[in-house]
Structure formats: C-alpha cells, structure tokens
Design a protein around this ligand. Structure first.
Ligand code: ZN
Length: 252
C-alpha cells in the first residue's frame, strides 16, 4: 500500500496539469448515501426512472420532492471529510487544477476547492419551471428538508426545480465544457470515489488515456478501467487521499 501511495504522489507531484474526478464514494464518509450502492441506496426502493426524470418531475413534482427529501436532509447535515480536504489542499499547493465531480452536494467548495466542475449540477439553486427565475436554495429548502414540500417560485408561483441534472436532461453546458477542456489538457487524472458507471464520468478517463495521460484510481470497488490505471488503490478515499497529499508535501 505504501508503494502505491508513493507512486500516486510522485505522478501528481511531477504532473504539469493534474485534475481529479470524484463520485459518490468521496461523499459517503460524510454521511451521504451512495444512490446506487446495493441495499442502502435511495434507488433500491424506488426506480429512479419513475421519479428522477425530467418527465416525471413535470408530471408529479410532489412525488419527486418526497423521494429526494432524505437526500436533501443528509446533504444539509453533511460536512466535508478528509478526502475533500486533501483535494482542496492539493489545489492550494498547485497540484490539482480542477475537480470534476458527479456529486451535487457542494462539499468540495465547502472544503476549500475553488476550481470545481459540477457535471450533474448542484443543490445551491433552483430554477422556476414557468418563468426560469433562479432562486437560491436558502429561500425555499427548509420545508423541502422537513417534509418534502414542493417549493414554489416567489415571482410566479411556478414549481421550482433544483439545479441538479435529472434523467432526460442535458448536462450543464458550462461545467461539461470545463471538464472536457481540462481532460484534454491533463497529464494525470486522479479518480477518487467513482465507480465510473455513469456518463460523463465513464467517458472522461478514456479521453484522458487517449492522449497519454496517467490514470490514478482510488476506489473501494472495481471499475471497468482498473486494468488501464497506472496506479490502482482499492481503499477508502478518506484514508488514502490525505496520505497521498502528505506524501506530496514531504517529498521535498
Ligand atoms: Zn416563476
């Protein structure tokens, strides 16, 4: 294990444009359940295609907010963990240039990362489905978190949709542009806590590998790109990332 951490640190320290790609596994140590993990996920009980599509949202927003309420509550309570902190530290020391994340919880920014591409959106704002007014979440989230109430637009009373990407919706264009441009430039990509099952996370590492970038994967479970990784560490990101950051700092 120490050798793997040493090698990961060396790749990152000598990179000119390292980036990170994170998924649900980096937020599970903060108490946010992985949607997809067997037995515990929100999606075990309900088929997401019945509630978490843009079509279902338009037809039945009450059902959507009832379904999302436990996740909204856990995001509200969550604090960044040592893995988020390690990535923020690596940005501050000039190692990591961008964190691309599938997570909607905003924990990277709360840990101190400033360069973050949220490719599945975020929960800091919502948009009115009728007049497209953008509303900060503080103004409506308390009843959503308390009892799954449907939030309404302060201007026209239309239904507010959180700025997260639902099935059937396009990914946020600006975040995706940042993510793809950084991936094209990167010479090292650190994948942390993503099983690389969902697009675009499934595709970006292949884009990086395609132009010769090194791939470091830190994840508890297997991914389809494990055999392509220059360094593969099967472990908890909250344990491993601080050790990698520490190793970079003390390499002289
Ligand atoms: Zn409105």
């Amino acid at each position: 294990m120490h050798d793997l951490i040493h090698r990961a640190a060396q790749h990152l320290r000598t990179a000119t444009h390292a980036i990170a790609l994170t998924g649900a596994g980096i937020s599970t140590p903060s108490g946010i359940a992985d949607f997809r993990s067997a037995g515990t996920g929100l999606w075990e009980q309900t088929n997401p295609m019945e509630v978490a599509t843009i079509y279902a949202f338009r037809q039945n927003p009450a059902r959507f907010f009832n379904w999302i309420q436990p996740l909204a509550a856990s995001i509200r309570q969550a604090r960044p963990n040592t893995a988020h902190a390690a990535l923020a530290h690596m940005e501050q020391t000039g190692i990591i240039h961008l964190v691309i994340t599938q997570n909607i919880d905003g924990l990277h920014q709360r840990a101190g990362s400033t360069q973050v591409a949220e490719v599945h959106g975020h929960v800091r704002e919502a948009t009115c489905m009728s007049c497209y007014l953008v509303v900060p979440s503080e103004s409506y989230q308390a009843p959503v978190i308390a009892n799954g109430a449907v939030p309404h637009c302060p201007h026209c009373n239309g239904v507010l949709k959180p700025n997260v990407t639902l099935f059937g919706e396009a990914l946020p264009a600006q975040a995706m542009l940042m993510a793809v441009q950084a991936t094209r430039q990167c010479d090292v990509m650190l994948v942390a806590g993503s099983s690389l099952e969902v697009s675009p996370a499934a595709d970006l590492p292949e884009l990086a590998l395609g132009h010769g970038a090194k791939l470091i994967i830190v994840n508890l479970t297997e991914t389809h790109l494990d055999r392509c990784a220059d360094v593969l560490i099967q472990g908890d990101v909250a344990d491993i990332l601080p050790r990698i950051a520490d190793q970079i700092d003390h390499a002289g």
